[in-house]
Design a protein around this ligand. Structure first.
Ligand code: ZN
Length: 332
């Protein structure tokens, strides 16, 4: 993964390579971004850039020398990583970090530490860390990593340079999901969901979610065929798969997605759709429906969120939606 970071975060790696070259690294960085955006890889890569024996002229690490390899393997005495023990990062772990760094004479002066999930630091650990960051010792560079930067103590944030990781583009995300063993058809839907990579991988490997995808397709096929069974499918096929609110919200997201696919295909036969295996069927159906009606269809699904907010039963909302979509697409 370290080799990939220049592809995932081209601007940031370029930026940090320049800082390394010009010896202008700050004392503490907060790398903030969703899981999968390469926070740890970036921190490791910068550490390699700092210690590399054969650094390239542009400041990037060679990734081959002994220093680079030891850092990648987490076996470098001057690059220390801290991960939460259970649910929190405790003061003992910060003490450990300090004691590691106080061992003088190890591999020169520079020290780098990387703290993962920094929002899990207890207050006392954070206070201890703050004192450490503020010691006027120019040779320490700290990387604090977090997917939930809004949960970090403001006193910590204010002492760091905050670096927002760019979110993954669609291709990278697709590739990651497929590398995790997820089928392309499922991955294409997942990249359209509003969630970070870990959640998407969990969903993609969940059998219930895969069933849900298949049933959303069946539901839409019935609507497009003006088949009354679409209404029945809500109770018999979809409701059993969404027993809890998060799953219910996912189902609505999937419904918006498949309605949006219809619009995309109405305008471009080769549009990048979510439901790739149904592309041909959806394109043929979309060609028969006026674009204005397809747009209205998406609005009808979006309206369901408002209805749910005022406590209408979930099943009633979906049944009402099904009837309205049938009328909308078949102009009754
Ligand atoms: Zn190297």
């Amino acid at each position: 993964m370290e080799q990939e970071i220049t592809a995932i975060q081209p601007q940031l790696t370029q930026h940090f390579a320049k800082l390394i070259n010009e010896k202008r690294l700050a004392h503490a960085y907060l790398l903030s971004g969703a899981s999968g955006t390469g926070k740890l890889s970036l921190a490791v890569w910068i550490a390699q850039g700092i210690f590399c024996n054969q650094r390239n002229a542009d400041g990037t690490p060679c990734l081959k020398c002994s220093e680079c390899r030891r850092i990648a393997a987490n076996e470098h005495p001057d690059v220390v990583r801290i991960i939460p023990e259970g649910r929190s990062i405790k003061v003992d772990q910060v003490r450990y970090l300090k004691s590691e760094f106080s061992k003088s004479g190890l591999e020169g002066n520079r020290k780098v530490f990387i703290i993962q999930d920094v929002e899990k630091m207890t207050t006392s650990a954070a206070n201890s860390l703050l004192k450490f960051i503020e010691e006027p010792n120019g040779s320490i560079t700290a990387f604090l990593l977090s997917s939930h930067a809004n949960q970090i103590l403001p006193t910590i944030v204010s002492r760091c340079q905050v670096v927002e990781m760019a979110s993954l583009n669609r291709e990278t995300q697709l590739k990651r999901l497929m590398d995790a063993g997820i089928d392309k058809a499922v991955a294409s839907v997942l990249v359209n969901l509003n969630a970070d990579l870990d959640e998407l991988v969990a969903l993609g490997t969940d059998e219930q979610f895969q069933k849900l995808l298949a049933e959303v397709v069946n539901w839409m096929k019935a609507i497009l065929a003006d088949d009354w069974r679409a209404f029945v499918y809500i109770q018999t096929r979809l409701m059993p798969l969404v027993d809890e609110r998060p799953a219910q919200e996912r189902l609505l997201e999937l419904m918006v997605m498949i309605c949006r696919d219809l619009i995309l295909l109405r305008y471009h036969q080769d549009a990048e759709v979510a439901f790739i295996t149904e592309k041909k069927m959806l394109a043929q159906a979309a060609a028969q429906i006026p674009a204005s009606q397809l747009t209205k269809g998406v609005e009808l699904v979006m309206n369901c969120w408002n209805q749910l907010a005022v406590n209408v039963s979930y099943q009633n909302v979906l049944e009402g939606l099904t009837l309205r979509l049938c009328r909308c697409y078949h102009k009754r």
